[in-house]
Design a protein around this ligand. Structure first.
Ligand SMILES: Cc1cc2nc3c(=O)[nH]c(=O)nc-3n(C[C@H](O)[C@H](O)[C@H](O)COP(=O)(O)OP(=O)(O)OC[C@H]3O[C@@H](n4cnc5c(N)ncnc54)[C@H](O)[C@@H]3O)c2cc1C
Length: 389
């Protein structure tokens, strides 16, 4: 006889692991988390820059980012282990033509209780002495944001999940979903089927292939994303926080000990790849491009030493907002994928609301719009913040 669980979560990145934890915490009895890798956070989560900022133009994502921030900041008390969150602040340098849109976001975000705003010239000089302000229309600041350790965060959720009696299986590829008409009934492993009341597809860039095994459409692209690590020369002030520039479309994230992650922001070319077989090493032109764009704003990068670089994957949805939730007319299934390059910072909040939705059978209208059903409804999220600002 097939084994049976109340819920199976496929994918032990930050999204799946946090969902498994919240399902268990919410009272679900038998929850199984599986991943084909040897442990949690072995996919794109491991390579995340893990910048934690709140700036979105859609209130639902501001809410999710704020709830997540609360969890990042209190992880030790909530989960029993720290997720490596550092409350160092987040800065965004804006070109003059983006200031108005940012101000609209700030008004909405303050209404939701977020501390954020544009700095005056004096405040900029005080808080961001490392910034080349030439051509900057405004410097947005979120004092409570920062960055976390993506692996430690996922491990903390996993630790708490197992402490609550959740079960995990690693080195366990899910070969397919099993389906009976309008119901997903479980999953198929190499050693046979497992039944489940609900299967959560949190397989990151591979979610589309898993969905296809049950003839479910999932509009998701897998694209390469590169990051490089540089060591700055001693005694050169740099932002010991997360910094983005929408002028050059680049970002810099402190790693500690004078090391910084440098990456490119939107707009940039996105190269669609086969997530089962893609180039994991840096492209030659990326190294200097990411360096030069960042160095325009952060002149103290001059003379820095290149340390290493890597390429990982973004799972991108048509509107760059994630797919989270069950689908109308299909029982026993929920999507949780499409982080679109900004999925780490919102995963704790999204997973909590998704779990509540699956436990209660309902959610609020705003959150329900994150379901894949929005594709059929023609609903698209937009604006500044979803990695396109
Ligand atoms: C370089 C980079 C920088 C980033 N920077 C940031 C940032 O600064 N801030 C931010 O908020 N976000 C950032 N992101 C995005 C964020 O990291 C991701 O959105 C998030 O980590 C995705 O987590 P996930 O759990 O949804 O998926 P993943 O981490 O992709 O996990 C999916 C898991 O599913 C498993 N899996 C897949 N198929 C199967 C199968 N058939 N059977 C079993 N297991 C399977 C995989 O092994 C994998 O472990 C960045 C991403 C990258 C790549």
């Amino acid at each position: 006889m097939a084994q049976s669980y109340d819920a199976i979560v496929v994918g032990a990145g930050v999204s799946g692991t946090a969902t498994a934890y919240h399902l268990k915490k919410g009272g679900m009895k038998r929850v199984l988390l599986i991943d084909r890798e040897p442990g949690v956070a072995n996919g794109p989560t491991r390579d995340s820059a893990a910048v934690v900022r709140m700036h979105y133009s859609e209130p639902v994502l501001v809410r999710m980012a704020m709830e997540s921030l609360d969890m990042f900041a209190n992880m030790k008390e909530l989960l029993g282990k720290d997720g490596g969150f550092k409350r160092k602040g987040w800065f965004l340098a804006l070109p003059p033509d983006m200031v108005e849109a940012a101000e609209r976001n700030i008004t909405m975000q303050r209404g939701l209780g977020l501390k954020c705003g544009l700095l005056t010239e004096r405040e900029t000089a005080e808080k961001a002495p490392w910034l080349n302000t030439e051509g900057v229309g405004g410097l947005l600041y979120e004092p409570d944001s920062g960055y976390a350790d993506p692996v430690q965060t996922t491990e903390a959720f996993h630790f708490a999940f197992e402490n609550l009696g959740g079960e995990s299986r690693f080195r366990t590829p899910c070969r397919s979903l099993t389906r009976d008409r309008n119901r997903i009934t479980g999953i198929m492993l190499d050693d046979g089927p497992i039944e489940a009341g609900i299967v959560v597809n949190a397989a990151g860039p591979w979610s589309k292939f898993l969905a296809a095994t049950a003839e479910l459409e999932l509009q998701l692209r897998a694209v390469r994303e590169q990051d490089a690590i540089w060591q700055v020369r001693p005694n050169r002030p740099m932002p010991e926080c997360s910094f983005s520039t929408a002028i050059e479309a680049a970002y810099c994230r402190a790693l500690g000990d004078g090391r910084f992650i440098l990456g490119l922001g939107y707009p940039k070319p996105y190269f669609d790849v086969d997530p089962y077989n893609y180039k994991r090493t840096m492209d030659d032109d990326f190294r200097m491009l990411a360096f030069e764009k960042n160095a325009k704003r952060l002149p103290n990068l001059e003379g820095a030493k290149f340390m290493s670089a890597y390429a990982a994957l973004y799972d991108i949805t048509p509107d760059f907002y994630p797919f989270v939730g069950p689908r109308a007319g299909l029982e026993g299934y929920a999507d949780f994928c499409g982080g679109s390059g900004h999925g780490f910072k919102i995963a704790p909040g999204l997973s909590r609301h998704l779990s509540q939705w699956l436990l209660d059978g309902r959610t609020d209208d705003e959150f329900a719009d994150l379901s894949y059903d929005r594709i059929a409804k023609g609903k698209r999220f937009g604006g500044l913040g979803g990695n396109r600002g």
